[in-house]
Every structure is written in structure tokens, then in C-alpha cells.
Design a protein around this ligand. Sequence first.
Ligand SMILES: *[C@@H]1O[C@H](CO)[C@@H](O)[C@H](O)[C@H]1NC(C)=O
Ligand SMILES: *[C@@H]1O[C@H](CO)[C@@H](O)[C@H](O)[C@H]1NC(C)=O
Ligand SMILES: *[C@@H]1O[C@H](CO)[C@@H](O)[C@H](O)[C@H]1NC(C)=O
Length: 451
Amino acid sequence: MPASASASTSSSSHHHHRVRLRSRAVPLILVVVLTVLVVTELLRTSSRGGLPPSARRSSSSSSSTRAGGGNHSVAQRKILLDPDFTPRLPRQSPLSLSLSARNALPARNTARFPALPDGHLKIVLYVHNRPRYLRLVVDSLSRVKGIGEALLIVSHDGYFPEMDKIVQGIDFCQVKQIFAPYSPHLFPDAFPGVTPGDCQSKDNAKEKGCQGGPDQYGNHRSPRIVSLKHHWWWMMNTVWDGMEETKDFDGHILFIEEDHYIFPNAYRNAQLLVDLKPKKCPGCYAINLAPSDVKAKGEGWESLVAEKMGNIGYAFNRTVWRKIHAKAKQFCAFDEYNWDITMWATVYPSFGTPVYSLRGPRRSAAHFGKCGLHQGQGSSNVCVDNGSGAVDLEEIDKIPNIKADWPVRIIQRQEGYQAGFKGWGGWGDRRDRELCLSFAYMYHVKDPSST
Ligand SMILES: *[C@@H]1O[C@H](CO)[C@@H](O)[C@H](O)[C@H]1NC(C)=O
Ligand SMILES: *[C@@H]1O[C@H](CO)[C@@H](O)[C@H](O)[C@H]1NC(C)=O
Ligand SMILES: *[C@@H]1O[C@H](CO)[C@@H](O)[C@H](O)[C@H]1NC(C)=O
């Protein structure tokens, strides 16, 4: 097994790899090949209109259970699939199969928290292997007002007993664990892990007789680097389209990570933002618990703020998920190993209008910790940061601090990654792109074949 990578998506944690990739020149031949590929892809997509019935899942029960009566469920359920693509999933090992079986288990703590009230949020916490961080996050969640009303879904990239144990100790809300069964971390000697005969770093496949397609900078795939984007995409598809617990859910799902400290007012603030969004910011796709600049604490204004989507504590509904899912091809084909940059550079720009997210003027969640992507729990470089002292919590952050009569300030300049960015690479191998696309199809076709 390679040294594990952390699941952090903060800009600082990408830094190391980005710098490394940036310094490489793009050979002309690759540019030509890529251009041809892009043009072919464009022609392919534009020449295809309708869907064959076989590729469509029947729109199952979409009745709403929310209060207020009426037919709340307006989320688009039609799934757009390419009839020419056959999803294929890797053959599962015994460990992978046992994790799939666990994914089907019901949530725990349902006796103590029998009813999830109308208007509750589901919370998805996605984690890799930083137990010190996870303990801190779970501790912060235990102090969140209203958390007992939520279903907490913890999604694991790989299987790590200590992480499992921490989640099994959660007693303050309904909790369900899911494990990405195709995580590269579960496949020590086969794809999506490293297959014998795979090219490494800048190998020339022809000369060396190895297999694998390099990225735009000439680098071959690295399982621990691609695992983050694979996990995020598998998780998104699973929590929206692959779980009994969310099948008929038309509310918002809130996404947090193992290095996000959650303030006591986060849940109630999130509910307020969700309720205010249709009135205050009809153009907003999501709500956020923190500014999109991961280091910012917020402006402290007496107003709501609409700005570009951030990746700390973001929540959206099924309508938005359908829009994202419809861009599966773009998401999976873009040569960029970070899911968030992939979204900013390809998926959101393709929506046609700026993708704003509504938040309060003070953050309700904070990114902490110094252990990034390349300082995980690897043997040589154990990251021992425990996140202490990262978050200074003020009294005002312990109670809901968003006012319904506030105006909305729109931050129009959307800094950072956007359309036109060509990606940091790391995602050039055809096998990764196909696995990614298979995740988008696996709950919508009858029987994804396994290879
Ligand atoms: C809700 O949808 C059902 C089925 O489409 C329809 O029969 C019913 O009249 C609708 N109810 C309301 C309140 O719109
Ligand atoms: C989901 O959110 C979007 C964006 O805020 C909104 O346009 C849509 O009506 C919402 N869908 C449902 C089913 O509430
Ligand atoms: C966290 O680390 C700091 C310094 O590395 C140490 O002083 C502190 O006691 C640690 N806290 C916990 C809870 O382990």
C-alpha cells in the first residue's frame, strides 16, 4: 500500500503537488492529441440526443414527506446517460465485498433518535485516515445544537480500524457509515490501486512496455492522488442515488470533511440559510457554512453574503445534484485530480449562470490542521498535528447568528479557479476516467459488469 494521502481539499494542501506539476512543459504532441480528443468528444456529445429506455431508471416514488402539504418534490429525476457507455466496476476483493455489505446496514442510534423531523438536513462527513482530526470533528459535532435531528453519514475512503472505531462511538445522532468499496486504498495490487505493469511517474509506455495513459504533463497515475476525486464522486452518487435513507429525501445534504471544525450554531444557521435561500437569493445554488476563502472568518457585516461556492460545509438539494450529475462526462474527463477545482473549472461554468452560494457574515465551520495531501500517515512522514488551538470560538458563534431581515450582499468577482483553467493533471489515465463515469451510472443501470 502506498503511504496514505489525506482527504484535505484546502488550497494549501494541494500546493506541493501543484508546484511540481506546474514546472513541467507540455509537449506539443500531447496538445495535438488532446485537441483531437476534445473535438471528437464534442462531436460525439452533440450528435446524441435522446435516451434509450434501457439506460433510464424509472422515476420511482418522488412523493414528498415534508411539512406544509402540496407536492414539494420538484426535483428533476430524469437521468441523462450515454447509451454507448457501459459502466464497469473493478472486481471486488473479500474486504471490499464485506464493506459493501456494511454499507447496506441501517443507521445506528435509531432507538434514541427515532424520528428525523421535517426540514432536517442530512450531513455527510467524508474522511480518509486522520484519526486525530476526526476525533476533534466528532467532538465539535457533539456540541452542535440540533444535531440530534440529523442523519450523519460518514463516508470512508479506505478502511482504517481506528477511524471506524471513532465513528462507532458516536451517540449524539443517527449515524450511518459507508465505505467506498472501490477506493484505491483497498486494492494493493490491482486497479484502482497499482497493477503490476503499470507505468510510474514519467515512464514512456512504449519504451518500457508498461500500461497507463499519462496526464497532460506526462505523469502517470498515482492511486493515492486519484483516490480523493474518486471518493468524492462515488460518495456524491451514493448519498443521492444509492441509499434507502435518502431515496425520497428532497431537502439539503450538508457536506463536511475530516478537518472541518463545526461550530455549535452550524446546524441551525444552515437551516436558516436553506429557508432564506429561495426568497433572498433565488440565483443561489447552495448554502455554505464558511467563506470560499478557507482562511477567512467572514466579514462580520449585518447582511447575508452570496459568493462563489466554497468547499467548507456546503449544502444543496437534489435539483442541484441532478445538474451536477448531468455533467458527469465533463467531471470525469477533466485532467485535474482535485474534485473542487474540477467543479470550478468545468462543471459550474457549464451551468451558464454564475454559481452563487448563500452564507452568513461569520463562519460556522473552520478548516483546521496542517496535515495535507502529502503529509498523511505515511511511514516516513507522520503528521502529528492534532488541530488544537486552530479554532477560537466566540460566544456569538455558539447561537444562531443569522437574521432573516438582513439584505444580501453579492460578491461578484469570483476569484480562483474558473473556466479556461486547464487543470493540474494527475487524471490522465483512461481507466480513472472510466471508473469515474461508471460511478455516475452504477445506480442507474441494472447490472454494471465487473472486470
Ligand atoms: C400531487 O401530485 C399528485 C400526482 O402527480 C397529484 O395527483 C396531486 O393532485 C398533486 N397534489 C397537489 C397538491 O398538487
Ligand atoms: C433546490 O435548490 C435550487 C437552488 O436553490 C432551487 O432552485 C430548487 O427549487 C430547489 N429544489 C427543491 C426541490 O426544493
Ligand atoms: C496537541 O498538540 C499540542 C502541541 O503539539 C500539545 O501541546 C497538545 O497537548 C495536544 N493536544 C491533544 C489533545 O493531544
